[in-house]
Design a protein around this ligand. Structure first.
Ligand code: UDP
Length: 393
């Protein structure tokens, strides 16, 4: 499928930098939402065209934001290959074949579009997009949104990605220092640029006597730790009036996990005090109804946009002390950090914010100030600098 805008793009003469964005995923996952927020902020400097490898909700969102988008479909056996199946000498032959075929298609399309640079926005797109851009002789910016960890990716996949990032990109953008450090590409120019966040601060005044609302926002997946949050909530407030809200849906097939969470709520006897809302488009409206935002990932979070979103909304944020969240949050100043995966530490932090309204106000003030470092304007300026240092003109 190619939109009218895509056709217009091919013949358009523009003084703006012409950038083709490549992503294998059209779901509303973190990296894709980050792209959706970045492109409008870049509009003055960049003539953007997005090439996705599947149809999905991101297509309509990009179009609604005025972004040129095209779907160049990739065979599902290659596009949907689980990262856990990347093992030495055991890559499924059909996936390799269809990836190679796709690279050839992409090279042809990039030669038609002739952008100043290619920006790969997902790990898989980094793999096939950087090869295609290199073959088409176009500079490539590899945007790393994932932390290369053995608890997230098998060692063979990490070795393959590291070999590629060392040789193919002209420049790397890492979404945090953590992501940068774990990429293992010290010789490649790398800029640490966070994703943009544009959540409005809202008034946190609540009617006297209303129950405290503590929430988690993010896709439902075991490593995101929604079960840890529910367990800690149950320990912290066994018979209180506090409410827990879990915003998000499984995006990559984790429906069993969603059911397990619902069963867990019943088992904990919390059905009256816990709400699972499903996916919400307007996260700002959900944050407005909360007092405290919890981040509970069990493995190193590369960035964790929800943490900054909670801070921008002026919530008291309680986050796992590792990766991106620990780079953003200063403990006891603009949020609270607890030892990753430690249910008792999380329960204690929740009790602390719940019983001390002065602490919540202090954290909220400092969090709003910190969130200003992540506005789309600040981030877009940084990205344009990276592009100018990279693009062929
Ligand atoms: N999000 C959303 N609706 C939901 C749940 C999450 O729009 O129901 C958004 C959330 O606001 C954030 C993004 O999904 O912008 C998740 O990004 P994050 O970096 O926190 O995690 P990732 O999904 O990249 O691991």
């Amino acid at each position: 499928m190619r939109t009218d805008r895509a056709r217009a793009h091919a013949g358009q003469v523009s003084s703006r930098l012409r950038v083709v964005y490549v992503d294998h995923c059209a779901q509303l996952s973190g990296a894709e939402l980050a792209l959706l927020r970045l492109l409008p902020a870049l509009a003055e400097a960049v003539d953007a065209h997005v090439l996705l490898a599947e149809e999905g909700p991101l297509v309509a969102k990009l179009e609604a934001a005025g972004v040129s988008v095209e779907v160049l479909p990739m065979a599902e056996i290659a596009r949907g290959l689980s990262r856990h199946r990347v093992q030495p000498g055991h890559l499924p032959g059909a996936s390799v074949f269809h990836t190679a075929r796709y690279i050839a298609l992409l090279v042809r399309r990039l030669r038609q579009l002739r952008p100043d640079l290619v920006h790969t926005n997902s790990l898989k797109a980094g793999v096939y997009g950087s090869v295609a851009a290199t073959l088409a002789r176009i500079p490539v910016v590899w945007h790393a949104h994932d932390s290369l960890e053995t608890d997230y990716l098998p060692p063979a996949a990490i070795r393959m990605v590291r070999a590629m990032v060392r040789h193919l990109p002209t420049m790397i953008i890492a979404n945090s220092q953590t992501t940068r450090d774990r990429l293992g590409a010290p010789g490649v120019p790398t800029a640490v640029v966070p994703p943009p966040v544009h959540i409005e601060a809202v008034s946190r005044s609540r009617p006297a006597g209303s129950s405290l609302r503590i929430g988690m926002v993010g896709r439902l997946a075991p490593w995101k730790g929604q079960h840890l949050f529910l367990e800690a909530f149950a320990r912290a407030f066994p018979d209180g009036t506090e409410q827990a809200v879990v915003v998000g849906a499984p995006l990559f097939g984790e429906t069993d996990y969603e059911q397990a969470l619902r069963d867990h709520v019943v088992k904990l006897g919390l059905s009256e005090r816990v709400e699972l809302t499903g996916f919400r488009d307007d996260v700002g409206a959900e944050l407005e109804k909360l007092d405290v935002l919890v981040h509970a990932s069990l493995i190193t979070e590369a960035f964790g946009q929800v943490v900054v979103e909670g801070m921008a909304a002026g919530l008291a944020v309680v986050a796992a002390a590792g990766g991106g969240p620990a780079e953003v949050v200063t403990h006891d100043h603009n949020g609270l950090l607890y030892a990753t995966g430690d249910v008792n530490a999380l329960a204690a932090a929740l009790q602390r914010v719940a019983t001390d309204s002065g602490l919540r106000e202090r954290l909220s003030e400092a969090a709003r100030r910190r969130a200003r470092d992540f506005t789309p304007e600040v981030v877009a300026d940084h990205v344009v600098e990276v592009y100018r240092a990279t693009a062929r003109r």
